[in-house]
Every structure is written in C-alpha cells, then in structure tokens.
Design a protein around this ligand. Sequence first.
Ligand SMILES: NC(=O)c1ccc[n+]([C@@H]2O[C@H](COP(=O)([O-])OP(=O)(O)OC[C@H]3O[C@@H](n4cnc5c(N)ncnc54)[C@H](O)[C@@H]3O)[C@@H](O)[C@H]2O)c1
Ligand SMILES: [Zn+2]
Ligand SMILES: [Zn+2]
Length: 355
Amino acid sequence: MQKTMVAVVKPEPKAGSEICEVKVPSFGPRDVLVKVKVASICGTDLHIYDWDQWAAGRIKPPLVPGHEFCGNVFAVGDEVTTVKEGDFVSAEMHVACGKCFQCRIGEAHICPNVKILGVDEDGAFAEYVRIPYADGSLYHFPPGGDEESLVMLSDILPTGFECGVLNGQVKPGDTVAIVGAGPVGLAVLLTAQFYSPATIIMVDVDDNRLAIAKTLGATAGINSTDGHAADHVIKLTEGAGVDVAIEAVGIPATFDICQAIVAPGGRIANVGVHGKPVELHLEKLWDRNISLTTRLVDTATTPMLLKVVRSGKLQPSRLVSHRFPMSDIMKAYDTFGNAGKEGALKVILTNTEPA
Ligand SMILES: NC(=O)c1ccc[n+]([C@@H]2O[C@H](COP(=O)([O-])OP(=O)(O)OC[C@H]3O[C@@H](n4cnc5c(N)ncnc54)[C@H](O)[C@@H]3O)[C@@H](O)[C@H]2O)c1
Ligand SMILES: [Zn+2]
Ligand SMILES: [Zn+2]
C-alpha cells in the first residue's frame, strides 16, 4: 500500500470522490513507475469528481484521477530503454502503444490502444503512478526546470497551441478573438503571441479572468454576460470581424459568438469539448470562405513547447493561482470547482516528502 491520500471514484452504489489508501501500482516490462512530485487539477478531473454523465459513461471506479503532473522515475520495466531511475519526467496525458500504424504516423491520440491517464487508467493524484508504454509516453526534463510550468505541458499548453493557434493559423498582424479565458483559453493567448498577432481580444463572463488575460498580453477584454459579445467585437474591429476566432469554452453560445465575429476568409478553431449539438449558420457563412477546424490535442508539440519554456520566453506557471499539498486534495478540488468565487485558475498539488 502507498501511505498517501488520494481521491478515488468509489464503486457503486454511491459513486463519488473520497480520500483513501490504494496499492502502489504494479508494473510490467514496458511500464515505468513515477513518484509524483507536482500535479495540477484539470476541468476533466472535475467531471469525474462530480460524477457527471460523461464520467458515469466512461469511468470504471474506483479510479485515481489526475493526468497533469511531473515527478521522478522510481522503477523501470525490463524493456524500457529511454529513461532510468531518478530521471525527472512527465507523461503525455494519453499513453499509446508506439507500435501501431497510427502511432508510427504521429497520430498517437487515435492509437487503438490509447489510454488517458486518470481516466482509463489510475492517474497521478497519488504518490506513485504507473506509466504504460513508457518509452513512447514520457518526456524527460532536464534538472532545474520550473516544475509548475512543466506541469502545464501535460495538457493546457499543447491543447491551446495545437487546437487553437496552429489550427487557427494565427499569423503576424492578425486580429484574434479567444472566446473563453479559462486555463486553456489563456494557454491559447500565451502561445498565439509566438506569431505576433496585432490584436488579441479575450471574451469571458468573468472579469477577474479578463483582467488576468490583459496582464498576459490580451489587447482587449469583453465581458459577454450581456449576451452581446459578438456586437462588441464587431464594433471593436470597426466592422471587420476577426481573422481567427478560437472557441475555448465548449457550449453553443460561445460557438455562436465565433460564427458571428469571423471575418470573410477567416478561421474558426474549435478547442472546447462540446456536450451538446451546435447550429452551423451556413446561411450566413456559405460565401465567406471561412474554415472551421476541430482537434483533440495530440501533444506532438510538447518538445518544442518545452524548449520555449526552458528559454524563459513562455512562463505558463503564471497561470497558477493556488497551491495545496496532495493531502489537501479535497480542498484543492473545492477551490478549483468554485473558480469564479475563489479566483482560481490552475491549482497545484505537491507531494511532500514525509519528515
Ligand atoms: N480539444 C481538446 O483536446 C481539449 C483538451 C483539453 C480541454 N479542452 C476543452 O477546452 C475547454 C476550456 O477548458 P478550460 O479548462 O479552460 O475550461 P474552464 O471551464 O476553466 O474555462 C472556460 C471559461 O469559459 C468561460 N465561459 C463560460 N461561459 C461563457 C460564455 N457564455 N461566454 C464567454 N465565456 C464563457 C468561463 O468563465 C471560463 O473562464 C473545455 O471545454 C475543455 O473541455 C479541449
Ligand atoms: Zn488536463
Ligand atoms: Zn499505437
């Protein structure tokens, strides 16, 4: 058993989260055991914590959640060649076999054997986490890195960059709108600036997040509570609309804003996970030469993002608002779950060594 406090989803009859002891994971020849040092809570973890419809359909409890983390390699399977005991690593949120056709063409996220840590396999909100297919799933970090920034490389940075900035083809001089100033929208904001867009307009219902966005490079913030965000963006752009509209919320209302503000020839890049259908307004868009993209993050850009983080030019640790020891994980979930009231963005969990 690992003497640690973890949040697990309990088996029926009453699914939900609680703290308990779990076994140290066993590991096979292609696996690695990592001693978790720093982790971070993601919106996906909240779905499991709240045991919503998505979680009930996908999760097989009991489960240790958590897919954003870094730590030291503790034990190595016989066939693993790329890391050794003591190495400081983080894993991709989805671990894939590395051998199938999809993996070999760089599309590991659609590998038939893909598993999301903390969703399909026990994850990182514990003392130890097992990383399957470790050779293809681990990122080796040099010593002395900014650990809180490295944790942001597990998910939000590649998500914002790949699904938002790359798919939206942000270019120098562009006018960009990012709808949603949560951690993912703010990661879009940080990485969009690689390409020097002239204007970045953030749209959210939370003034605190809009204010943070301004400190991170947004040129304007629009509160969409009044239901007229699209009109405000059109006015701000003197009627032109935006070259790139990035949806980083995942609800019909914000997808609608993107459709209403995209300029002729522009791009809509959807990042949000949508639980409900949206209306596609082709009656307005059919002759506007727009492109619409969707994408599941594949973390192919993580090595590049790591280089930029190491250079200090990208500091995603600026998104950290709260820090808790792993043993206070329930408090951390409450804080993150009440982000508006608590002023929370990214919440960090740290495993402290026993005295
Ligand atoms: N495509 C992918 O691979 C991928 C990967 C990770 C996350 N995601 C998705 O990205 C989305 C954003 O993630 P997050 O962690 O930043 O979520 P979040 O819930 O923390 O942030 C969403 C933001 O949207 C704002 N918002 C809510 N309703 C709004 C409205 N009507 N108008 C404007 N703003 C509104 C909220 O105030 C919040 O700041 C989620 O849907 C998440 O599931 C996608
Ligand atoms: Zn995540
Ligand atoms: Zn594969």
